[in-house]
Ligand binder design. Sequence first.
Ligand SMILES: Cc1cc2nc3c(=O)[nH]c(=O)nc-3n(C[C@H](O)[C@H](O)[C@H](O)COP(=O)(O)O)c2cc1C
Length: 298
Amino acid sequence: MLDLTTRHCRYLYRLMSCEVLLYSEMVATGAIIFGDSKRVLDFDACEHPLALQLAGAIPDELAQCAKIGAEYDYDEINLNVGCPSSRVQAGGFGACLLLNPDLVVDGVAAMRAATDRPVTVKTRLGIRGETDFADLCRLTERLVEVGCQKLIVHAREAKLQGMSPRQNRSSLPLAYDHVYDLKAKFPQLPIVINGEIVSYEAIAEHLQYVDGVMLGRSVYRNPYLLAEIDQRFYGSKTKVKSREQIAEEYMAYVTGLGVDAKKRNILLKPLLGLYKGVAGASSWRKALALGSLPEQET
Ligand SMILES: Cc1cc2nc3c(=O)[nH]c(=O)nc-3n(C[C@H](O)[C@H](O)[C@H](O)COP(=O)(O)O)c2cc1C
């Protein structure tokens, strides 16, 4: 998630789960090709398995970035076809690509030709209302033909006009059934469902119908949700870490980076929700916000 799941945030998540596939923030192809690619792509080896999410629309540029992403050793290259923000629309990519499915298909084909890493797509249910499901099925069929290896579906449509990104993530109704129906139509294609999935019980329920579950805000707001995922869903026998252990390990990591106090406070932000739902959570958030937590030994 843009500006949230930075490499540091992902380091925190890895302290809790060795198994989950993590995704980068959405990275515009222009930032890789014309910008400081090392700054936007570099990551810690512990973040594996890690997918790079690209935002772009020009097949040659997507191909170039998929190749560079593979050179950086990302485990999957994903194309964003779901972000409806006006800034992203102005770039001609994200959800507005659903207006031009040929470009999505050509982009994925070009990415596939450029890398041997799995190429995947994250999308919405649609942008038009009534014809969304039929459109999504047609697009999925074409994506499978050009070698898309997984589809992640945020289970609501997007509105390209008249809604803020926040409204676009919350005001429109979720339609999980449509994602289940898509899976039933494309049994060979791994399908991952996304949208307001906030508990282990909900994850287990969705997994009866689809192959995977993507968690966004629930994990950012309550990172400790990741602490039992390996044991509950991947058969891991390792001991679940306590919140205190995770906080200590992460703060030691931040201290080890040797940054100034201002940057340190930014890097501690992913810890804000660590005690969500637990007594004392607000004192924890205050201590983090005031920068009054002690430095850790590295
Ligand atoms: C601040 C913020 C930034 C986001 N950035 C991205 C992004 O870069 N790429 C993406 O595919 N989705 C992005 N999303 C959308 C989420 O990945 C997810 O699809 C959406 O929030 C619904 O899932 P959730 O209810 O589990 O959060 C972002 C969401 C938020 C709140």
